[in-house]
Design a protein around this ligand. Structure first.
Ligand code: F6R
Ligand code: ZN
Length: 193
């Protein structure tokens, strides 16, 4: 085990950023080409508006990717929709499926969708102060269902890794859509196991 110096960062609870951050990741619409349900809405945004920024991840300073460390970051999802579908993260399983995670809501409002390999879905509403536990074996995606930026803090084991491909192939079995001003969870007709 490596002895590293204790450190802290400052969490901006209002804006959902960590300072000083390590790696900052920006995910744009084109990074999620196959993930939004409405392909024509995707093409229209790309043609008329360009490659929209969907969300940012502010990682804590670099840590060893080992089981003894706790990686942490904030995620900031900008408000908006692609067709009726709210802005969301790509979503992933942990590459090591037996690794858990905790999310803490900071600002705005959103949902955490969880899904097993078999396609069972759970939905947890996230508000500032909500502490959500993601047990091992559940894929997870977050969705901004509000009209303000939605942010949360995440903490997970250093060796968990990310498996994005499995979710990209199957999709989530449920979609969060805007219908008559409400966020509604509906079956995803394109979902396949
Ligand atoms: C880490 C974790 C979160 C997400 C972040 C962005 O294991 O679950 O920090 O990585 O919210 O979402 P993805 O990684 O799905 O693009
Ligand atoms: Zn995760």
């Amino acid at each position: 085990m490596t002895l590293i110096e204790p450190f802290n960062t400052i969490l901006d609870m209002q804006h959902g950023t960590l300072q000083p951050a390590g790696q900052v990741i920006q995910r744009r619409l084109s990074d999620m080409r196959n993930m939004y349900f409405d392909r024509s809405a995707y093409e229209q945004i790309m043609a008329e508006e360009g490659d929209r920024l969907i969300y940012e991840v502010y990682n804590a300073p670099e840590l060893p990717k080992t089981e003894d460390q706790l990686l942490h970051c904030t995620t900031l999802i900008y408000p908006g929709r692609v067709g009726q579908e709210f802005h969301m993260t790509k979503g992933h399983f942990h590459a090591k499926r037996d690794r858990a995670e905790v999310y803490v809501g900071l600002s705005g409002k959103g949902h955490l969708l969880l899904q097993t390999e078999e396609g069972t879905v759970r939905d947890i509403a996230i508000r500032p102060g909500t502490v959500a536990y993601i047990p091992p074996l559940w894929a997870h995606r977050t969705v901004n269902t509000g009209d303000q930026p939605f942010s949360f803090l995440s903490v997970w084991p250093g060796d968990a890794g990310h498996d994005y491909d499995s979710i990209e192939k199957t999709g989530f079995a449920k979609l969060l859509l805007e219908q008559e001003g409400q966020a509604v969870l509906v079956d995803n007709p394109k979902f396949h196991r």
